[in-house]
Design a protein. Sequence first.
Length: 192
Amino acid sequence: MALTTVAELRTALGVGTLYADSVLQQVCDAADNVLLPFIWSNTLSIIGHSNTANTGTSYFADPINEILYVGESVVITGAGSKHNGNKTITGVDTRSITYAITGNNNAVTPFHPINPYAKLAADTYLDPSTVPAIQEAALMISVDIWQSRQAPSSGGVTIDGYQPSPYRMGNTLLARVRGLLAPYLDPRSMVG
């Protein structure tokens, strides 16, 4: 799901066919990688897991017993081959869920942490690729990334010394498009 297409970026930059599609696609993908983690999504972080021979258990830092339910279909990623994939929840506790696992090497494993955290994705109700404000923000970030690649010191200047800023990909990258994104930002992404 690319928020900005190569054709849109080509047009915005006015570069015609000067650059290969693959080069521009890298910029579009980078913009998605910067933006999408901040957009509201129906995901939870899995902090650890364990399993018996045929049942997997995923653990969460926060209570999930009123978020997930038995029979719900979820997708787990980043938790190892036994736990990854489409899973149907068979049990829900305060901070854990259980589901069936399959495989040849399902030795009993006690709880152990996952670093970095794995992800659990449930049904999503917001498709960022259909929201014009999110698409515009992605295009603006793509243009900034492109311009930074071409002239890395072309950021703003200070009022007193007219010195170029060292890097335009700093902490203000998302701040410049936050007005477009405000209704769609995940409050969990703004901690810190």
